[in-house]
Structures are given as structure tokens and as C-alpha cells.
Write a protein that binds this ligand. Structure first.
Ligand SMILES: Nc1ncnc2c1ncn2[C@@H]1O[C@H](COP(=O)(O)OP(=O)(O)OP(=O)(O)O)[C@@H](O)[C@H]1O
Ligand SMILES: [Mg+2]
Length: 343
């Protein structure tokens, strides 16, 4: 197991009080595998990813509790002040250890665990050439490298992500590239430190369908070439089916169900997963027939029902669902579900 989350709770301080955007999320990522995280907008996919990266927006959000183990070691304590404890005498010592910890997190973030984002244009600097932005990543992680080595490494990496003219591209600005090319550059940057884990947060939503497929294929290909493990975040179950070995379905900041992909598609247990699966179009569908959708919409965090957060939309709701939070059950090998139907 290269990454293991146990009972992660992340809260945001909002105008109407503290809300839990991630509420007790657990899952494991096996070495060399691709794990998909799927769920409707606002279900906590990105917040989960940012927590792993130690990039939660401060001071509004914090990890309340839980463990994030990277190669067997809890990295939550490295992420800086999660708890507000301070004694005057030990302040100096604490400052020093705080710095050491954040240096250590810096080494993990970007170097051991890298992330690519949905919209590459916001992550690339419009006024700098691709070459200097690529080199900057090497400067950060490998300050001992000289300029010529950095250029060489950047060109090699751009070539690895399928750019046929890397030398020319180094001299170009982000706006001169297509969306697919920009995403390839982002992937090249994320991989330049040869990370163990790549987190791809909706890496293809801004792209058209053919380019989407190419980028996903590239990520799968690079996963094998660089022996990485991948977390692929998407709202598209089709993407999960084609690219992942394991998947977790999130709803309202919690894990509704997690299982191997084949098992999840053949035998979905949670009514929410079943609803999502029914809403995927299939080739043999009668043209113009409307797809069944899950009724209602996801409530905002402030308005989540107590008990099971899906209870107000669930077709199989029972009294207990409104009264108590379902714990995660394990009715079958490696297949987990948080639903009162399986008690
Ligand atoms: N900076 C923030 N301040 C306040 N609330 C936030 C902030 N970022 C996220 N949230 C809340 O946390 C919850 C989870 O958000 P998150 O961005 O993880 O959703 P998501 O699953 O990634 O959705 P999407 O598919 O739209 O990207 C949402 O209810 C959102 O409103
Ligand atoms: Mg998101």
C-alpha cells in the first residue's frame, strides 16, 4: 500500500459556521494501480486531493482528524499547524521544528506526490515561456542541476509526454498551445521529479472528447513507464471503467462505496452508485429516450440531512437512514459500502 487514508475529516470555516467538506474518508492506493474517485460536483473529490498534497486553502480549512499514510508514515503532522497549541517557552524550538516539518512536506509534495489540475491555463504562467516554466520545476526539486542539464531534462520530459517538437515548444508561450498540448506540458511538469504518486484532478474536463481519450491513455502509459500509482478524479463513470482498477464513489464528503472496478460495475451495492450507473448512456439505447437520473440535487454542506447524507434523494430510504450515519460495511471481499440496507 503506497497511500492509505483513514477517517480523514476536513472542515471549512464558513459564514454560517464550520462545515465538514470531507467527513471520515478512508481508502487505500495500491502500488502501481490507478484508483478512481467519482461523484457529483461538490462531493469532496478535490478537497480530498488537496489534503493529500498538503495544499488546503489556509486559514479557512484544516484537517480535523484522520491519518494520511504515505509509504507507511503519517504525513498529516508534517502539514503545519493543524492544532492550536502553543507554549511560550517552547516557541523557538517549535518554530524550528515547524520549519523542518514543512521542508519535509515540501520534499514529498511535488516530488513524491504530484498533482495535475483541471484547467492548465490557470496553472501555467502566461508571461513565461514553457522552457523556463519547465526548468523552474527542476530548480525547485534539484537545485544542484545546471542550466544545460535542466534544458536537456525538460526536452526529454516533453518528448516523453508525446510532444514531437519539444525544442520548439520550449520557446513558446502557453497561449500558443492547444488545450491538449498545455495539459501535456502540465503532465510533463508533474512528472519531472519522477513522483511515486500522480493525482490527476479532472485532467480532461476542459478538453474535447478525442483529446480527452489521448490524455487519459498517456497517463496510463506513463504510469507503467515511470512505475507510478495514480489517483484519477472524475465525475465520469466511463472514465473510471476504462482507466482504473479500484474506485471510490463519494457523496456529500463521504465514501458511499469502494471496490474493484469490475465488481463495482457488475454488482453496485449503494443506491447512489446504482443511480449513477443507470444514468450512463449505452450504445443500444433507443435514440432520444431519456436517461433515468437521480432525483433532486446535492444539498449544500450547510443543508445536508442528518443520518445518511443521501437519504433525502434515496429511493430506498428507511427511517434509520434519517436517524443515523451509516458506518462502512464490508459485505464482500474488498467491497465496502456505507448504507443501512446492508446491516
Ligand atoms: N475554499 C473553500 N471554501 C469553502 N468551501 C469550500 C472551499 N473549497 C471547497 N469547499 C466546499 O467543499 C465541498 C467539496 O468541494 P470539492 O471542491 O472537493 O468538490 P469536488 O467533488 O471536487 O467538486 P467538482 O466536481 O465540482 O470539482 C463543497 O461543498 C465546497 O463548497
Ligand atoms: Mg473538484
Amino acid at each position: 500500500m503506497i497511500l492509505k487514508l483513514s477517517n480523514l475529516v476536513v472542515s471549512f470555516e464558513t459564514e454560517s459556521g464550520r462545515v465538514r467538506a470531507v467527513d471520515g474518508v478512508s481508502f487505500s492506493l495500491k502500488e502501481g494501480q490507478t484508483l478512481g474517485i467519482v461523484g457529483e460536483s461538490g462531493c469532496g473529490k478535490s478537497v480530498t486531493a488537496l489534503s493529500i498534497m498538503g495544499l488546503l486553502p489556509k486559514p479557512f480549512s484544516k484537517i480535523e482528524s484522520g491519518v494520511i499514510e504515505f509509504k507507511g508514515r503519517d504525513i498529516v503532522p508534517l502539514m503545519g499547524s493543524q492544532t492550536k497549541r502553543s507554549s511560550k517557552n517552547a516557541k523557538e524550538k517549535k518554530e524550528k521544528s515547524k520549519k523542518e516539518k514543512s521542508d519535509e512536506m515540501q520534499k514529498i509534495r511535488g516530488r513524491k506526490i504530484s498533482m495535475i489540475f483541471q484547467e492548465p491555463m490557470t496553472a501555467l504562467n502566461p508571461v513565461h515561456k514553457i522552457g523556463s516554466q519547465m526548468n523552474e520545476v527542476y530548480q525547485l526539486h534539484f537545485p544542484q542541476m545546471n542550466r544545460a542539464d535542466m534544458d536537456r531534462a525538460s526536452i526529454e520530459m516533453l518528448y516523453q509526454v508525446g510532444i514531437a517538437t519539444p525544442q520548439k515548444l520550449m520557446q513558446q508561450y502557453p497561449h500558443q498551445l492547444s488545450g491538449g498540448m498545455r495539459q501535456r506540458v502540465m503532465i510533463a511538469m508533474a512528472l519531472s521529479s519522477k513522483p511515486d504518486i500522480l493525482i490527476a484532478d479532472e485532467p480532461t474536463t476542459a478538453l474535447d472528447v478525442t483529446v480527452q481519450a489521448q490524455i487519459l491513455e498517456l497517463i496510463g502509459d506513463l504510469k507503467n513507464r515511470f512505475s507510478m500509482s495514480v489517483i484519477l478524479i472524475t465525475h465520469d463513470l466511463g472514465v473510471i471503467a476504462e482507466n482504473c482498477e479500484q474506485a471510490i464513489v463519494m457523496y456529500g464528503g463521504r465514501v458511499a462505496e469502494r471496490a474493484g472496478v469490475v465488481d463495482l460495475f457488475d454488482n453496485p451495492l449503494h443506491p447512489y452508485t446504482q443511480g449513477l450507473l443507470k444514468s450512463i448512456p449505452t450504445l443500444n439505447q433507443i435514440p432520444k429516450s431519456t436517461l433515468p437520473t437521480i432525483k433532486g440535487r446535492v444539498p449544500s454542506l450547510e443543508d445536508m440531512p442528518s443520518g445518511c447524507r443521501f437519504s433525502n434523494r434515496c429511493e430506498r430510504v428507511m427511517d434509520i437512514c434519517r436517524a443515523s450515519v451509516p458506518i462502512e460495511l464490508n459485505p464482500k471481499d474488498d467491497h465496502f459500502v456505507a448504507c443501512h440496507l446492508f446491516r
